[in-house]
Design a protein around this ligand. Sequence first.
Ligand SMILES: C[S@@+](CC[C@H](N)C(=O)[O-])C[C@H]1O[C@@H](n2cnc3c(N)ncnc32)[C@H](O)[C@@H]1O
Length: 271
Amino acid sequence: MRGLPPLPVLRLGRRLLIRADALMQWMLSLELREAEGQRLRGCLGDNAMLPKSTALSVKRIGDVTLYQADSFDLMPELGDVDAIITDPPYNPKTHKGARSARSLASSQIDFDSLTEAQFIEFCGNAVSQAKRWVVMSCAWQHAAQLEKAGVPLVRLGIWHKPNGAPQFTGDRPGMGWEAIAILHREGKKRGNGGGHHAVWVCNVEHGEHPTQKPLKLVEDWRAKFTDPGETILDPFMGSGTTGVACVKLGRKFVGIEKRPDYFQLAGVPHP
Ligand SMILES: C[S@@+](CC[C@H](N)C(=O)[O-])C[C@H]1O[C@@H](n2cnc3c(N)ncnc32)[C@H](O)[C@@H]1O
């Protein structure tokens, strides 16, 4: 919670003065804060993580809180979480070149990419906000910048996609995998995977969202990097795959999605 606004006090030698009009203004700002707090508590219930002045919309269902917001604005307003499991936008080149059998002529990705600087900024914020792991699929070009930028990369893993799209031009090998960045702030680390390799083999699944991740893949991250009762944040939640994986096994979930159409999808149960 943010603290109270400072009382408008003037110091004159050893005396403290408060101007009457400044005091009135201060009291009014307290009343407005209280009224806004009551409005939000009415929407969310008393134990919600308040306040969220940058969210356009909020849905709360049990242990799940979903925000329609820009995560770069909203994340600083949220408190610490136990872990972050996410799938941020990739780099401009990957977005431009993304083709599928259903969309050969133009890219299938219709949301904005992240520049390298935005990606590094996000990772730095994520590592300081997560008490434990930050796990994400990301563009390999982005992942390759992490160590140089001083972000604590613990392991770079891969998601092998046996049924991934081939190279439709046929003039070079297809990609068939995506990078998985596994980060952790300085200090003791603990995982549930018993030293497993950071290699996941899982088929691509197609859903309503153009880059929806397979539930099985995200469920395995949840199992290996989080414990029951913990709060998991996905700041780029898309259709909400991470949320589905979390609530299935007793994790609390906070999701953020910028686009209203994908935000609507996130409330809908996955098949
Ligand atoms: C790669 S997709 C995530 C897909 C998701 N893993 C799923 O399974 O559906 C990234 C999502 O982040 C959203 N996004 C992009 N920039 C954002 C931002 N600054 N704040 C919040 N959401 C953002 C996009 O609209 C997109 O839906």
